[in-house]
Design a binder for this molecule. Sequence first.
Ligand code: NAD
Length: 502
Amino acid sequence: MMAMREYKLFIDGSLTDASSGATFESVNPFDQSVVARVARAGSEDVHKAVAAAREAFDRGPWPRMSPQERSALLKAVSDKINERSKDLAALEVVDSGSTIRKAKEDVYLSARSMNYFSKLAAIDHSAPIEGLGKPGFSRNVLVREPIGVVAAIIPWNFPLKMAVWKLGPALAAGNTVILKPSEFTPCTAMELASIIQEVGFPKGVINILPGFGHEAGEELVKHPGVDKISFTGSTKVGKHIMALAAGQLKKVTLECGGKSANIVLDDADLELAVDGAMYAIFYHQGQCCEAGSRLLLPRSLAPTFLEKLIAKTRRLRLGDPSDPSTDLGPLVSKSQQERVVGYIEDGKREGARLAIGGGIPKDGLLAKGFFVEPTVFTGVSNTMKIAREEIFGPVLSVIAYESDDEAVALANDSPYGLGAGVWSKDQDRARAVADRLRAGTVWINEWHLISEKAPFGGYKESGIGREFGLEGLYEYMEAKHLHIDELGSREKKTWYDTVVPK
Ligand code: NAD
């Protein structure tokens, strides 16, 4: 068993208690043991962290360091994540309920992403503006500059990956950052704080404030010293954050919820599509923003498909997430378990058919954890609550359709637009369907593949802005038009004809 850890706030390069002295406990969702006691950031701590980040940006070395120097520090973080991968993965398991299989992959991908962001940091992203001005008249340059102080607020489903996905591009763009991890899963972000100290970042460039959304989170969003909010979390909180940021017209990027449609066409490779549908919804117990939570099946294929899907779902192993043979661990918290069970009750009440699951395991080792059985509802209509709202648990809503046109219409009939998928042996046909889907990521014969190199984000109420790739990097940059006069003489100026007398 892992010893309980203690974590402090990370402000201006130092680890420190909360000004109020307050702490909170992070609990293992598998057995409810305390994983860590953590300093709980409040309003005064937010002020200190913002002051440190402002100083590091306005007067400190960070924006003035060469891109190569910044890149080297980010690369060093990537290397340290790799060095400490075993400990980080084990910690993620006990803090979040992630299976060890997923946690190992998360740590590997965190290091890989940070390595990619380190490469982006080394590039000068400014460029001449083509087609404007001509030699002897003017030169025009698009200069990309950091925005300033970024507040990054992240959820609990991929704690380390989310921290890296915010810190990497924000820092690569030359900003300074205050990161607020989720109150449910602060541990691996706090391990990053010690990595950041080790590799020798200038103080104040990165500050990490564990704490609660309505306290530290909201203070950060409202703070006049913060220039940009980068938020990943629920659509409900995203809307609230956007409203709070409006007063100052703060820049916001919002990565929010989803209700992604997974469309199986009638010529799909059946075995592959069944496995894909399970991966899409049950990976990390369904706690993925882009989970394939609506499965759209052609009516003719549905009985055969469902028979296979349910038989395989029955074989999924719930268990200790640190055991490599476990397929599904617990949900992150008691409140999340209750929320998911509430949706299952809604589904039954609305007349959907519970084909498998729906309960909470009561026996043995599982009874103490926040488990929910993998659950499949059939006979779902797209107007039901379980088809419209994000459940964020292992609950699949299966909807039958008659034609490709109807599948597209059903998929797009959602307030969300984060992910979608199409399964077919005919790439052209799948592509034709994919092109009509209103979602930020569409997979053909795949799911969950998100890369730090490709834009990721939501249409509609799934978000604003994009993460990853150059689109993601530019969300952390201002675009400045620099006009450089080359006329070189007073006489050649055209504006004498307008207002200024010659
Ligand atoms: P959440 O919205 O409850 O919390 C997210 C973060 O916001 C946490 O750090 C929380 O402390 C903070 N927060 C809460 N209230 C706040 C407030 N008033 N002001 C400032 N900060 C506040 O979400 P969650 O339950 O942690 O995570 C699950 C949600 O995240 C799901 O809806 C999921 O779809 C979404 N998510 C989206 C993406 C994406 O990239 N689109 C990725 C992962 C998760």
